[in-house]
Design a protein around this ligand. Structure first.
Ligand SMILES: [Fe+2]
Length: 433
């Protein structure tokens, strides 16, 4: 792969990175220190040898350092020997000093090279694509992984602007991200990058601003998140399938109650619908509205405990039969509390006949002891029930049902639930159909 051309003022910085792309066998740790120790030992040996030659010379001729005057008196062979030893000492001493400095310099260079090679290995070993661009998106550097990921060689990659790497539909996001990056110095965002000979690839880009010789550069670590996206999509689909299965199970259970009591067929579904709209009108969170929907769909499940002939018999019920019917709230709780819903469905069902003045059942709790979801359910239940036909009475009009909850506002029913219910019927055109 050929070398890329980089801008002159950042060459120094990037040279360190580009200097070596070859895998290095040497570790930057122990061999480096063993090498340095050898260099120091050689220099010490040379110094000691030079010192030894000088000392031997002086001892051998038993003379002072002023041997220039002596050698006029001795034989010529001794003069040559003496001169040879002096020359040897004169060469060895500076040689040792120079070699000491040279070895230190080469040691530093070696350390620097090893560090550069180590850094280059780190860049090469990363599983992210590392790229450097200037603030205009002009290419500066890419590691080998980037070339493999995008399918371009370095020269091809060098001709592509940062903005052009992104799919056109992400161009605005990228521009906004770079602005935010310039303000914060670091930014992470998702995009889709265009690669050679493969479809658009979803990526997570972690960008950071660095400054080199007074020039600001964007260093980006680009991570392929195709697998993550695929897994998330599979999870979403699985979750949807499970949700649909749970929904089917809830509806099936709700249906078993209504099959036994044809007069209330559809009652739970309509209560759930009205209760959800009231919940949204009040401003409940989505989670709470979902809890209201599920609890509304199942709120009379406890009537499975009440004999069918009591549920469907026209005329007024006797007290013991009324008590039996009233047990449906507790029975519903007992049944639903065995299911681990992510919302307090069983508790809402238990409390849906509680009234804020404490006159409800089965616990007779009041005020804030009752869940807001249960208060909403109480209002929706009464309005739907009054507006529907029953074996023992004809249906009331919606206006009559609303008048009933208005008269009991703050007595039996939560004022905010009543107000919201009246608003959605009178101002927002709610119908059960
Ligand atoms: Fe009920």
């Amino acid at each position: 792969m050929s070398r890329i051309k980089v801008s002159a003022n950042i060459v120094d910085d990037l040279k360190r990175i580009l200097v070596s792309r070859k895998p290095q066998k040497a570790s930057p740790t122990s061999p480096r220190y063993r090498g340095r120790l050898m260099e120091y030992l050689i220099a010490i040996f040379l110094s000691v040898a030079a010192f030894g030659v000088v000392v031997l010379t002086l001892f051998y001729y038993q003379t002072t350092p002023f041997f220039f005057f002596d050698y006029l008196k001795v034989e010529s062979t001794e003069i040559f020997t003496r001169l040879f030893l002096v020359a040897l000492a004169a060469l060895l001493v500076p040689g040792a000093v120079i070699s000491w400095f040279l070895l230190r310099i080469s040691g530093r260079q070696k350390l620097l090279k090893e560090k550069v090679e180590f850094d280059a290995q780190l860049f090469g070993a990363t599983t992210d694509s590392i790229m450097v661009h200037d603030l205009n998106g002009k290419y500066v550097y890419a590691n080998e992984h980037a070339c493999r990921f995008y399918g371009y060689d370095e020269e091809e990659l060098a001709r592509i602007n940062l903005y052009e790497l992104n799919a056109p539909e992400h161009a605005e996001t990228v521009e906004a991200s770079i602005k935010e990056l310039a303000e914060k110095g670091q930014f992470t965002f998702e995009s889709a990058h265009i690669c050679k000979n493969k479809p658009l690839t979803p990526v997570e880009v972690n960008s950071r601003i660095i400054e080199s010789h007074g020039r600001k550069l964007i260093v980006s670590a680009v991570r392929d998140i195709s697998e993550r996206k695929r897994t998330a999509e599979e999870l979403r689909q699985t979750s949807e399938r499970l949700q649909r299965a749970i929904e089917g199970a809830i509806n099936a259970v709700a249906l078993t109650t209504e099959i036994r009591d044809p007069y209330t067929a559809g009652h739970q579904q309509r209560v759930a619908k009205l209760a959800c709209v009231i919940g949204r009108e009040i401003g409940l969170a989505d989670e709470q509205v979902e809890a209201v929907r599920v609890a509304g769909t199942l709120h009379d499940i406890g009537k499975i405990y009440v004999p069918a002939e009591i549920l469907s018999r026209p005329g007024r019920l006797r007290q013991n039969e009324i008590n039996l019917v009233k047990d449906h709230a507790q029975v519903g709780y007992d049944l639903l509390s065995t299911i681990e819903f992510p919302w307090p469905v069983a508790k809402i069902v238990l409390q849906h006949h509680e009234r804020i003045n404490g006159s409800g059942y089965p616990l007779g709790i009041s005020g804030d002891e009752i869940l807001i979801e249960a208060k909403i359910m109480g209002v929706a239940d009464v309005v739907e029930a009054m507006a529907s036909h029953r074996p023992y009475r004809p249906a009331f009009s919606v206006e009559e049902a609303l008048l009933e909850i208005l008269q009991q506002r703050g007595v039996l029913y939560s004022p905010e639930a009543v107000d919201a219910c009246i608003r959605i019927f009178t101002q927002k055109g709610f119908t059960f159909e």
